[in-house]
Design a protein. Structure first.
Length: 102
């Protein structure tokens, strides 16, 4: 990735973005969480013995969180949905929650 960096383009971006005050900039991100059990696939044991581990196996619902963060205020808009997010859900968040705040 470092070989793809272009100092001229970076300087141009910095010049363009510096015309806006910090409170105009908003970062938006998405994350998801489920209750699936994380278990090791491999283990160690003395030679000739089987590896045994007793762990509960859980596979339940998935939740997706989308949030917008302003530099001067903190989180200004958020949404949690059940299931995975797609383009339509993300655009709906931008139009109906983030833009309405501005």
């Amino acid at each position: 990735m470092a070989s793809e960096r272009d100092p001229i383009q970076e300087a141009h971006f910095t010049d363009c973005i510096s015309q806006y005050p910090a409170h105009y900039l908003v970062a938006v991100d998405e994350t998801s969480k489920d209750d699936q059990t994380y278990a090791r696939l491999w283990g160690r044991s003395p030679k000739g013995q089987r590896v045994e581990v007793y762990q509960p196996f859980v596979r339940k619902r998935r939740f997706t969180g989308i949030a917008a963060l302003a530099l001067d205020v903190g989180i200004i808009a958020s949404r949690v949905i059940e299931g995975s997010s797609d383009r339509d859900t993300f655009v709906d968040f931008l139009e109906n929650e983030l833009v309405l705040i501005a």
